[in-house]
Ligand binder design. Structure first.
Ligand code: AMP
Ligand code: MN
Ligand code: MN
Ligand code: MN
Length: 288
């Protein structure tokens, strides 16, 4: 079919970037250095490790980026908005800011307490030994539901982690314990106080109605949130279009990330084409 594209060429230079990835320090499979090597090997120019509620992975490779790859401080913070758990990606903060350190220490304690609560609920459902099992799998990593899922699979209770999340750990299920996180506003303030940018991660993953999603965006903006994630991993074009309109409506800049945890049939590899932001503002333009 013949066709003419009369749109303006994209205003953002086309390079690979990735501002949402996980390592062994939370629920990813790769060590931070191996993740950086992989990103560099794929030609990613700007990159962030955004582990859940910890910057230990980032700190372990800070200053050791492979040539051609710029590593930006990053984190993915858990918080609550009403009854919904929301993830906020933080970028470009001062990793040594005492306020951030205090917030991360309290998230670490919250994750440990929550793990005990999850385990108690699983025991009551007939899965004893969950705490020891998940702790052993987590090791020194930030413990989370994926470690419980992995243990339940390795103990032979379920065929795969997707099934565990669908039956026991996913949103609204018995193992979805959420009252441990700070609020969205507190989280945005933590990042602002540390000189960082606050980005609403994967806005379409929370399964909110359109009205609630817009209320979330309004609250996030009021709290000082600056951007939303336009691309998170493998994503339908229709979802990108919805997010593009949402960003424009709320005046948000946009971020891009693979949300890479490990290789798998549903996972995206590292690196997102920066050109896809089109005429929206790339949030990384605000990084020093
Ligand atoms: P947590 O940080 O403990 O609340 O666990 C959330 C993490 O679990 C997410 O970051 C994902 O990596 C993983 N996760 C969430 N939902 C699913 C799912 N349906 N299947 C597999 N993993 C999931
Ligand atoms: Mn995760
Ligand atoms: Mn997330
Ligand atoms: Mn993530």
């Amino acid at each position: 079919m013949l066709g003419f594209d009369l749109r303006e060429p994209p205003s953002v230079e086309s390079v690979l970037v990735d501002f949402h990835t996980h390592t062994l320090a939370s629920d990813g499979a790769l060590a931070p250095a191996a993740l950086l090597d992989r990103a560099a090997g794929r030609g990613v120019a700007r990159f962030a490790i955004t582990d859940h509620d910890t910057i230990a992975g980032f700190l372990s490779v800070r200053g050791h980026s492979p040539q051609g790859l710029e590593l930006v401080p990053g984190v993915e913070l858990s918080c609550t908005w009403g009854k919904t758990t929301i993830h906020v990606v933080g970028l470009g903060f001062d990793p040594d800011a005492p306020s951030l350190g205090a917030a991360l220490a309290s998230l670490d304690a919250a994750r440990c307490a929550r793990a005990e609560r999850i385990a108690a609920r699983l025991e009551a459902r007939g899965y004893p030994g969950a705490l020891a099992g998940a702790r052993a799998l987590a090791g020194t990593s930030q413990i989370g539901r994926p470690h419980f899922a992995e243990w339940l699979v390795s103990a032979g209770h379920f065929p795969d982690t997707r099934t565990v999340f669908r039956r026991l750990l996913g949103q609204g299920k018995v193992g979805d314990v959420k009252q441990y996180w700070p609020t969205l506003a507190e989280t945005a303030a933590t990042l602002r106080d540390a000189g960082g940018l606050a980005i609403l991660a994967h806005p379409l993953h929370y399964r909110l109605t359109r009205m609630k999603l817009r209320a979330l965006c309004a609250d996030f903006r009021a709290a000082g949130g600056q951007a939303l994630e336009l691309v998170n991993g493998r994503q339908q074009q229709g979802d990108t279009d919805i997010l593009r309109r949402l960003a424009a409506e709320f005046g948000f800049a946009v971020s891009l990330g693979s949300d890479f945890h490990r290789d798998g049939p549903h996972s995206a590899d590292l690196g997102v084409d920066s050109g896809c932001v089109g005429d929206l503002e790339p949030v990384w333009a605000r990084l020093a």
